[in-house]
Design a protein around this ligand. Sequence first.
Ligand SMILES: [Zn+2]
Ligand SMILES: [Zn+2]
Length: 259
Amino acid sequence: MDYNLHTHTKRCHHASGEAEDYVLAAIKGGMRVYGFSDHVPQQFPDGRESGYRVPMAEGAAYCEEIRALREKYKDKIDIRIGFELEYYPLYFEQMLRNAIGFGAEYLILGQHFIHNEHPGGRYVINPHNEKEHLLVYVDTVIEAIRTGVFTYVAHPDIFQYNIHAPEYEESMRRLCVAARENSTPLEINFLGIRDKRIYPNTVFWKIAGEEKAPVTFGLDAHQTEDACDRASLAIAQSLVEKYKLNYIGMPKIIDIRSL
Ligand SMILES: [Zn+2]
Ligand SMILES: [Zn+2]
């Protein structure tokens, strides 16, 4: 694995490390393409900003910083400038315009909330029992895929629900079919592997294999120690083998600058 498009920085306040330290670690670890995709700034109509994102006031500086690093290390590594964002039907246009305005080139989808996050949104990693919430999550991700602007879907299996329920399989199969039809890769998330989270979950990846959805890897690095994370790679590769996943390697980057 010599690529990674899923890297955070200390600007989002729940990760640590300067962008340059990630770059140096990536070069040392033999990375060829390295993309930053910190949580996109977002301000809701009542003025609130989510605490886990890059602040609005730093969005442009974040892109500038990565751009300068790209220039500085251009002989050693191919650095890309991106954001991770949710698809909120109510705010998507604005979030997209902000990301482009700040200077980002690509986006990955990380659907951390349903129902537009604020006010009244629900955090997807909390346990959910209502089938309706599962359907909202899956419908939202599918709608996001169909916009065609996301380079890939990070941790598609992040929604916490009874993975053995028939409606879970049915819903995730729809998600995987949409990913295949739109050629949007689904990410096996290395942060989930490192932290032994509920994702990656085997029920989801079995379905992804059956539906031949395109699959890629993402480090989701939140500290420089994880800038390459070779330990999780073996586990991700074993999932690819076990479920005969359609692993495509480095995803084709969708350039949002011309949108
Ligand atoms: Zn994060
Ligand atoms: Zn992330």
